[in-house]
Design a protein. Structure first.
Lengths: 170, 409
């Protein structure tokens, strides 16, 4: 593993019971969702990770435990290294603390994740939809959200699909 | 007809001052159909006379659900969509996607492919900067620069047309290498361009750099310091204009950028003028990189030979059964990378552009996320614009060089 990342990774392993994995030279830490703010504060203040390079999520539907992984990618401009941190989230209406106070850039990124995945951020100052209109129903990047085409009905599944077909208002 | 629902004033309350609610200041809508917002950006401005008290960017008018669509297509087909995100840096969009797929699958593009990738993405950076130069100067009432900048940009688009057949949405850079080798005229055309551009840059500078009208509109306007840049994740020329020489091409080199000798221009003021100077100098450095890459461009194949991922050449299909099978498999089922997630970044004309790509061992990407530089720039816009005149806001939007397709995806 990268010698610059080693101290940060060891510290997070000990203090927050993070699980480390490595793939194609990238280090990923799986941390409990409750400690996300503490992990981010530690990384920013003690290990010089000054950029929150990306914040996104992955939906593992139909799996529910965990259903989502929230992915933080931190970058250190001084050490020039990336560190991926993942927080697993259970259930259909997950919630996690906001990172806005540690990295102001998380504000818009969390709004985007809320918009597209429906992950709620506790303590967020302005959790409105970012990309979709305010009256949009559903969260499109979830795997159980259809892509938008009309489902084709055959004789064997006509009634089953008929029950979930949107009718009337558009 | 459904009624269009808006954000309520209650929801926006935290962004506005108390005076807006009592009616002392005016809340004004700007955009999304406004020529100076460079696309479909909508700003809700709270104005005290001509002074901006608060500014609320409202994005999403160009949201096309590209990330969702990519999940439903194979890796090869999904790539065609990414050209449409940052349409001013289409070569770079496909490059960063290809780098991510290559990292996932372990493909190695040959050195010739790397050199051509560098030349094409640097040309792409120059044409993006030229369009920025033209439009942002036009916003500040220097119309002639726009016409000249478009003239040089045409030369780059002609080169793109020569190599790929398309002027903007090229999809020329593919996972494992390139679509095909460049034609013989490529080198002369690029050399012609690199010979012309430095002289033309001098001409642009003679129109703007010491022009008192331009200086009045740019110096000391729209300042942002390094700490704010980092807090808002602002990268690229805006960060370098504030004094930090962070450039992905230097810090985390890709496609053999470590082989070339170039500087990362910085300024310390962080205002509109500093961003202008940084971008002008970046074009010169891009020309330097292109010339070096052309001088030592190696000969050889332009694609990885691993036919499990990269389609075999057309000529082999008629004579080799294996090649025919691979061709058929690749264009029907697609290829299957191993399970895992990767993150790759490149330096776009606006900053750091990254791709988060997760594979679950099927021919379709499980999750693709583009970390784009325009979003953070717009997030930081209220900080930059506060306290300036509305007229200066136009200059500021021009100077941070946003592409809404990049922000909204």
């Amino acid at each position: 593993m990268n010698e610059i990342l080693n101290p940060a990774v060891e510290r997070l392993q000990q203090q927050f019971k993070g699980q480390v994995s490595e793939f194609r030279g990238e280090v990923t830490l799986l941390i409990p969702a409750e400690v996300n703010v503490d992990v981010a504060t530690l990384l920013r203040d003690e290990f010089a990770f000054d950029l929150l390079s990306a914040l996104t999520a992955v939906d593992y539907c139909p799996q529910t435990h965990p259903r989502f992984h929230l992915v933080y990618i931190f970058y250190s401009t001084a050490n020039k290294v990336y560190l991926n941190v993942r927080a697993p989230l259970d259930g259909d209406t997950p919630s996690i603390r906001t990172l806005e106070t540690v990295y102001p850039s998380a504000n818009w990124r969390e709004r985007e994740v809320w918009d597209l995945f429906g992950i709620h951020f506790e303590g967020h100052s302005d959790l409105r939809r970012l990309l979709l209109p305010p009256d949009w129903k559903g969260h499109p990047l979830r795997k159980d959200y259809p892509l938008g085409y009309e489902e084709v009905q055959f004789t064997f599944n006509f009634d089953e699909i008929d029950t979930r077909k949107p009718k009337g208002e558009l | 007809m459904r009624e269009i629902q808006e954000f309520t004033l209650d929801e926006l309350k935290i962004h506005l001052s108390e005076k807006a609610l009592s009616g002392e200041t005016v809340v004004l809508n700007m955009g999304p159909q406004h020529p100076s917002t460079h696309g479909v950006l909508r700003l809700i401005l709270e104005l005290n006379g001509e002074i901006i008290v608060n500014c609320i960017p409202d994005v999403g008018y160009l949201h096309t659900g590209i990330e969702k669509n990519m999940e439903a297509k194979t890796y090869q087909k999904a790539e065609v969509l990414v050209d449409r995100m940052d349409y001013m840096y289409a070569m770079g969009n496909t490059l960063v996607y290809s780098l991510a797929v290559e990292k996932l699958t372990g493909l190695q593009p040959p050195p010739r492919a790397d050199a051509i990738r560098v030349i094409l993405t640097e040309l792409s950076r120059i044409q993006s900067h030229l369009l920025w130069l033209g439009t942002s100067a036009m916003d500040l009432a220097a119309l002639s620069t726009f016409l000249y900048a478009m003239r040089e940009r045409e030369m780059v688009l002609d080169i793109f047309e020569l190599v790929s057949g398309a002027r903007m949405m090229t999809t020329f850079i593919r996972p494992g290498g390139l679509w095909r080798d460049v034609p013989v005229q490529f080198e002369t055309m690029v050399r012609d361009f690199t010979k012309v551009l430095p002289k033309r840059l001098v001409e642009y500078e003679s129109m703007l750099t010491h022009n008192p009208l331009f200086l009045d509109r740019t110096k000391g306007i729209g300042k942002i310091d390094t700490q704010t840049c980092l807090a808002y994740d602002v990268t690229g020329p805006a960060l370098r204009a504030s004094g930090l020489a962070h450039d992905v091409r230097k810090s985390n080199p890709y496609s053999g950028y470590d082989l070339y000798d170039f500087d990362v221009p910085t300024q310390s003021e962080g205002d509109v003028y500093a961003r202008y100077l940084v971008r002008i100098e970046e074009m010169r450095q891009s020309v330097r990189i292109i010339e070096q890459a052309l001088d030592k461009i190696p000969y050889g194949p332009v694609r990885d030979q691993n036919y499990k991922y990269v389609p075999p050449p057309r000529s082999e299909i008629g004579v080799s059964m294996e090649a025919l099978i691979h061709h058929f498999k690749l264009w029907t089922e697609g290829f299957v990378p191993p399970k895992g997630a990767v993150y790759t970044t490149v330096e776009s004309p606006r900053g750091e552009m990254g791709v988060f790509l997760e594979s679950n061992g099927t021919p379709k990407p499980y999750r693709v996320h583009y970390r784009t530089p325009s979003g953070p720039l717009l997030h930081a816009l209220p900080v930059i614009a506060k306290g300036h005149f509305v007229a200066d806001l136009i200059g500021i939007i021009g100077s941070i060089d946003i592409v809404l397709g990049d922000c909204d995806r």
